[in-house]
Design a protein around this ligand. Structure first.
Ligand code: GCB
Length: 607
């Protein structure tokens, strides 16, 4: 980074109202977890933020009314109309919708408060970290506002070194999951608007000057060269950074430039590296060391490129045996809360013989990516540029780009991630083309080592299914959703009439197809909602898709039934989207076995 832009970044970061820049691999630092039970106050009218004239309370004057003061009566005549100490509690992490019945459909503000004791050490810095809060959060420590963050699925943090007290501290979060047209996602989706602090909260300790970011990955398309950088928190040229991978006999010392960044180029010793793949998900312990800091990570090395219609993983053509997944444990049902929940979902994908998962439609938990690295699952990672958002609104664009940027920054060292997706089923228009093209350029400028995709739509001319969205020219793969035999194309039997006309000479990934089935509901294959209909649909789809020239992967919709307010049918849906291959009780439906058989065959074919 040039000096001038570094100063601008520093200025931006010091402005109140913004969460601060991401710290790489922050969970591996010494942390104090703030997970557990937090007191909460439901505040539909935002009384804790505005006075009765709807003016925000003056935050510079403590005790003026904001709930962030976490105030107690100083004397018995004092009027205070809230009391965190006697308020009920919610589990953090965990959405509120699944924990408290009256909050199931609530959309608005809930205040959270957690008290903890702390003993700051001299010469250390402390960061208050949130894995995700849906959607807009305002964070306060000991009555002082740290800043706000928008985006329900991206992490953020604040430097709290000068705010933390020895002894008792109070952190208050105003979480608001109100849907708004101009946000990302917009008001219309097909998933539950789970509110609250849905991922881990902790305080991380770093040295005064620390390693704030690093990228250690194979160069684009290379199996012989590691490319990357290490960024230190303190600017200044000539600082020494050492990167070592002991198991591979690699040790490299580099120096920073004026911005505190050291470029990294390492030639791999020939024949020494086991490349990461779903079959051999080999991870190396990598350590990064600077004068006052050291951090270790577990990193895999693999290359991914396309050549014509092939996707080459470490130089070898692969077929992506995938499934789409929401960040939801259907057994709760609610947002996944623990590593166990995440492991369960990925184990279900493995049972299907997947080597690929589409983490739809927004950034999933950072732990999910680490598990995918360990378990050998390739990943499609996505941002919630979903359906019809405000393409002409510059703030909407900035928000989308910022979420994409955080996703890439956070997960760029995960070998499992092979595709960044810039959106799902977005309707054709000039402004959408401009918006999404800019996102694609942003990905290419930020990380050129992965492929870029988007779940496009198809249109039909008679029985021809046409894929010609001009955004496809800019993507590395031709990826699209199609709902033959569910939203179009009659019953499964009729699918055999259809054929595809695809404009691009690129690998084809079908990012969605599927249909609903209520587990345990049986009938003939023409009867909607039966397991037999879904089974026949999968058979017909796989037959039809097998005729697609260049088919190199798919992520059918979806691993498990998930909650959605768009799905009110009282008999078959009951506010669940039933397109899961697993039911909401974790039972496999008949279509599961159809897809598994297809994947077993593909595995043999691509050995
Ligand atoms: C889609 C969307 C997905 C929906 C699915 C459905 O095309 O991408 O989010 O849940 O269809 O079930 O309609």
């Amino acid at each position: 980074m040039k000096r001038a832009s570094y100063i601008i970044v520093l200025l931006l970061l010091s402005m109140p109202g913004f969460a601060q820049t991401f710290i790489q691999n922050i969970s591996s630092r010494s942390v104090l977890s703030l997970n557990g039970r937090w007191n909460y106050i439901i505040d539909p009218y935002e009384n804790g933020y505005y006075d009765y004239r709807r003016e925000a309370f003056d935050q510079s004057k403590s005790g003026k009314g904001g709930y962030y003061d976490d105030k107690k009566q100083d004397d018995k005549s004092e009027l205070i109309e809230y009391d965190f100490d006697h308020s009920p509690t919610l589990n953090v992490p965990g959405d509120w919708s699944s924990q408290v019945e009256k909050l199931e459909l609530y959309e608005g503000t809930v205040w959270y408060r957690n008290k903890f004791t702390f003993e700051p050490k001299a010469g250390k810095r402390y960061f208050l970290y949130f894995g995700a809060v849906n959607y807009e959060s305002h964070v306060y420590l000991n009555g002082k506002k740290l800043g706000m963050h928008k985006g329900g699925f991206t992490p953020f943090q604040f430097d709290v070194t000068s705010e933390l007290k020895k002894g008792e501290n109070s952190v208050v979060v105003k979480a608001d999951n109100t849907r708004k047209k101009e946000e990302v996602p917009t008001i219309n989706t097909d998933w539950w608007n789970y509110g609250g602090i849905t991922r881990d909260v902790f305080i991380a300790e770093t040295p005064e000057s620390f390693i704030s970011d690093y990228k250690i990955q194979l160069a684009k398309g290379s199996l012989t060269q590691i490319d990357g950088f290490v960024q230190l928190s303190a600017p200044g040229a000539g600082q020494t950074v050492k990167v070592s991978i002991p198991e591979a006999g690699i040790e490299k010392t580099v120096k920073t430039d004026a911005s505190g960044r050291a470029q990294l180029n390492v030639s791999l010793p020939a024949g020494k590296i086991i490349f990461w793949s779903p079959e051999t998900p080999k991870l190396y312990t990598v350590s990064v060391q600077a004068a006052t800091d050291k951090i270790t990570d577990r990193i895999g090395f693999r290359s991914v490129i396309t050549r014509g219609k092939d996707i080459l993983l470490n130089g070898k053509s692969v077929f992506l045996r995938g499934i789409s997944i929401h960040d939801e444990n259907p057994l709760i049902p609610g947002r996944a809360r623990s590593e166990g929940d995440l492991k369960m979902l990925l184990s279900w994908a493995k049972e299907l013989n997947c080597n690929f998962v589409r983490l739809a439609h927004y950034p999933h938990n950072e732990k999910m990516l680490k598990l995918a690295d360990e378990m050998g699952l390739l990943v499609w990672a996505e941002v919630p540029v979903y359906w019809t958002i405000e393409w002409d609104n510059p703030d909407t664009y900035r928000n989308a780009e910022s979420q994409l940027n955080t996703l890439i920054t956070r997960d760029k060292n995960r070998a499992s991630v092979i595709i960044w997706s810039v959106g799902n089923e977005t309707p054709l228009s000039d402004s959408r083309y401009k918006f999404m093209s800019s996102l694609i350029s942003h990905v290419r400028a930020t990380d050129n080592t992965r492929l870029v995709g988007a779940a496009l739509e198809v249109h039909r001319v008679g029985t021809e299914v046409v894929v010609d969205d001009s955004l496809g020219e800019k993507l590395d793969v031709t990826s699209f959703n199609e709902y033959g035999a569910w939203y179009w194309g009659g019953t499964p039997k009729e699918l055999s009439k259809y054929h595809f006309n695809i404009k691009y000479d690129k690998p084809v990934i079908i990012t969605e197809f599927g249909g609903d089935a209520l587990a345990g509901f049986h009938g003939d294959e023409d009867t909607r909602w039966t397991e037999e209909y879904q089974e026949a649909l999968y058979k017909a789809q796989l037959r039809m898709l097998s005729t697609v020239d260049g088919l190199r992967g798919m992520t059918p919709w979806i691993l498990a039934d998930f909650k959605s307010p768009r799905r009110p049918h009282p008999v078959y849906q009951n506010f669940f989207n039933r397109k899961g291959l697993y039911s909401d009780t974790g039972v496999k439906k008949k279509a599961f076995y159809v897809l598994k058989k297809f994947y077993d065959e593909k595995e043999n074919q691509y050995k």
